[in-house]
Write a protein that binds this ligand. Structure first.
Ligand code: HXC
Length: 270
């Protein structure tokens, strides 16, 4: 679908996207790139990164990819530094890397629980922590710029209530939302950095959906409760990212944009 935004709304910006080589993250990389940003992707899988980078380049988007695991602080530091070395600045950090699987609390080992928190929550904080000096208003490469950088944390809606077989994900995303609000408070005040979340509901054709909501597990029942009667698209999430990352979102800080067609409000009709 064609973007409703002008194609230069993030022109000259540099965006680093974790988990940016596949699924929702890749669409965010693509749309930020199509709207003028240079793109650095961080991910764990070399081949997936290489193919994402070549797709972006084929669209004329300046793009680089770095292999790394957000659970490792040294990887986070190296990737952030390499992004700065490559493009001379970092304006937008998107924390999209996430781990997940369906499992009941009874069958989930504490290490499995910890693994998802390590990726989603600690990984998000680690990336923010390592990127801070580049996102600061007076950080390297930003001396002539007005305003600090932007952080976007990809969250979820499942933890607003509770979700079957998702105790680890719900705990992890609740922490991500807390990170969003606390950094928005402190770094917004100190450094003019805006920190926001995006909370996608069911987004079609993503690894998350095919893994977590396979048709054979819940049929198509979810659709009965979605007011807009369809799944979202990665494109929808990317448009929200563009809005928040551009000056259109300049007064938005510390919030999470829910993109779920209203499903979290839904109740069966009676
Ligand atoms: C139960 C599991 C498990 C599973 C791993 N574990 N998979 N437990 N069921 N299916 C447990 C292991 O037993 C182990 O604990 C611990 O987790 C670490 O497992 P490893 O395989 O050693 O970890 P690692 O190789 O680092 O992989 C971590 C991973 C990750 C979380 C499994 O590879 C992963 O999920 N990748 C997929 C990424 C993905 O799908 N992303 C999209 C997320 S979608 P023990 O105790 O045995 O040592 C999303 C959207 C949510 O987040 C909202 C949707 C609507």
């Amino acid at each position: 679908m064609e973007s409703p935004f002008r194609d230069d709304i993030v022109k000259g910006k540099v965006a680093l996207i974790t988990g940016g080589a596949s699924g929702i993250g890749f669409e965010i990389s693509t749309q930020l790139g199509k709207h003028g940003a240079s793109i650095a992707i961080m991910g764990r899988r070399k081949q997936v990164i290489e193919s994402a980078v070549s797709s972006l380049r084929s669209l004329g988007i300046p793009a680089v990819g770095f292999q790394g695991d957000v659970r490792k602080q040294e990887d986070a530091k190296r990737v952030v530094e390499s992004t700065f070395e490559q493009f001379g600045r970092i304006d937008i950090l998107v924390n999209g890397a996430a781990g997940n699987f369906l499992v009941s609390p009874e069958d989930l080992s504490p290490n499995g629980f910890r693994t998802v928190l390590d990726i989603d929550s600690v990984g998000t904080f680690t990336m923010c922590h390592e990127a801070l000096k580049y996102l600061k208003k007076r950080g390297p490469g930003r001396s002539n710029s007005s305003g600090g950088g932007i952080i976007l944390n990809i969250s979820a809606t499942l933890h607003y209530t509770a979700a079957w077989y998702q105790i680890h994900l719900c705990a992890a995303k609740a922490a991500v939302d807390a990170i969003t609000r606390n950094l928005a408070l402190e770094w917004g005040t100190d450094y003019d950095i805006r920190v926001n979340g995006i909370a996608p509901g069911p987004i079609g054709n993503t690894p998350g959906m095919s893994k977590l909501a396979p048709e054979e597990v819940n049929g198509n029942k979810a659709k009965d409760y979605i007011p807009l009667y369809k799944e979202g698209e990665s494109w929808d999430v990317a448009m929200a990212a563009l809005y928040l990352a551009s000056d259109a979102g300049k007064y938005i800080n510390g919030t999470s944009v829910v993109l779920d067609g209203g499903i979290w409000l839904s109740r069966p009709r009676h």
